[in-house]
Ligand binder design. Structure first.
Ligand code: PLP
Length: 394
């Protein structure tokens, strides 16, 4: 047997988030769903807006050949134009349909962006803690994942550490704000400092360093500014998806944007198309491309997440837990009550609490509590969080 060992290793090793979720599902079947507090997955708990359903129903009246046929590899022009127009309204830009490539969600967007810019053996810097799939996507692009820890107190980007990690092999820096797993939003000043440091290092090294901004949580922010990154750093590529903003993770729809302000736009656009072609990431789901035409400006319903966030932060604060105040996404980053987050998780599990240990995200001593769950789960879990806390006070 001669198979690709890298692919085998990715398939054979399990994602710890999915393992915890599978344990949660089995445990619910055993002791009843309301007795297990599963905070592991980032699956939106808010339904997709009605406008999505209405749009699908309208599309169903199209002739089947048109409805189900191939679209252009980069997506229907009207869908790409709708996205460009929406971005232009929001950010005062002048993007066109051809600056966008529609994808099967952010996972594909990131893989395409990385494959477009990385050459074999180059490095991509990620800010730890980070979404664990980044490593897989980076290695698939033939590059090396270089982890740089976020600031230990604020979990904003440690710009000096990023600057120090940039070498003559750095192809890109990847950021994700609002952040999974921390729930932080990078402040404008922090991003401006990053942009300046990257520009200085690029100049000193005489090479282009791209900023890949992964933004599936852009719309889920609690009253804080989420800066538009291409306005701060010219060599930015934006990766987006509607998995979280329109609660459509199973439908696989998103995009990559090469802003027309990127000085290498004219080389990057074909490189993005070529990366999509290489990986077979062409013709994103046609029905959902049409949904974008109708729903691109549909507001994200963040009320339920905001309510959950309030109940969770108030409840945990009252007990005494330490956490990073969540500013966006639907995750809370909480300090484990012992240095070993895996041991803390095991103890939490015995109280039927299922957060995700921080080791999965590239740092130690914390857990991620995903609050894209029902409000009742948050409220009902509080006695268990209290009992877990008490168990450490003896
Ligand atoms: N990037 C981040 C930070 C995520 O949290 C996720 C999914 O949870 C993705 C990318 C992948 O999103 P998609 O479902 O659009 O592929």
């Amino acid at each position: 047997m001669s198979i690709n060992q890298q692919s085998y290793a990715y398939g054979a090793s399990k994602s710890s988030i999915r393992e915890i979720a599978a344990y949660g599902a089995a445990r619910k079947a055993e002791i009843g769903a309301s007795n297990v507090y599963d905070f592991s997955l980032g699956n939106p708990s808010v339904p997709a807006p009605n406008a999505v359903r209405e749009s699908i129903e309208r599309s169903l009246d199209l002739p089947p050949v048109a409805l189900h046929g191939y679209t252009p590899a980069n997506g229907l022009p009207i869908a790409r134009q709708a996205v460009a127009d929406s971005l232009n309204r929001r950010f005062g830009s002048s993007y066109g349909a051809d600056d966008l490539y529609l994808t099967c969600g952010a996972a594909a967007s990131i893989s395409i962006a990385l494959n477009a810019v990385c050459r074999e053996g180059e490095e991509v810097i990620v800010i730890a803690p980070f979404f664990p799939e980044y490593r897989v996507f980076i290695e698939n692009a033939g590059a090396i994942c270089v982890e740089v820890l976020a600031d230990a107190t604020t979990f904003q980007i440690d710009v000096d550490a990023v600057a120090a990690a940039i070498t003559d092999r750095t192809a890109a820096v990847m950021i994700d704000s609002p952040n999974n797993p921390v729930g932080s939003v990078y402040a404008r000043e922090n991003l401006e400092q990053l942009a300046q440091a990257m520009a200085e290092r690029s100049e000193a090294l005489g090479r282009s360093i791209y900023l890949i901004s992964d933004e599936p949580y852009r719309e889920i922010a609690y009253g804080v500014d989420v800066p538009w990154v291409p306005g701060l750093y010219a060599r930015t590529i934006v990766c987006y998806s509607y998995s979280k903003s329109l609660s459509l993770p199973g439908e696989r729809i998103g995009w990559v944007l090469v802003p027309n302000t990127n000085p290498e736009h004219d080389q990057l656009v074909p490189a993005i198309a070529g990366a999509g072609r290489k990986m077979g990431f062409v013709c994103a789901p046609a029905l959902f491309q049409r949904v974008l035409v109708d729903c691109v400006d549909e507001p994200t319903n963040i009320e339920a997440y905001a309510r959950n966030r309030k109940a969770l932060t108030e409840g945990l604060r009252k007990i005494g837990y330490e956490f990073i105040e969540p500013q966006g996404a639907f995750y809370l980053w909480m300090r484990a009550l012992e240095p070993d987050a895996n041991a803390f998780f095991e103890r939490a599990k015995s109280y039927e609490l299922l957060p995700v240990p921080s080791d999965s995200f590239g740092c130690t001593g914390w857990v991620r509590v995903g609050y894209c769950v029902s409000y009742e789960t948050i409220v009902d879990s509080m006695p268990a969080w209290q009992a877990l806390w008490d168990s450490y006070q003896a």
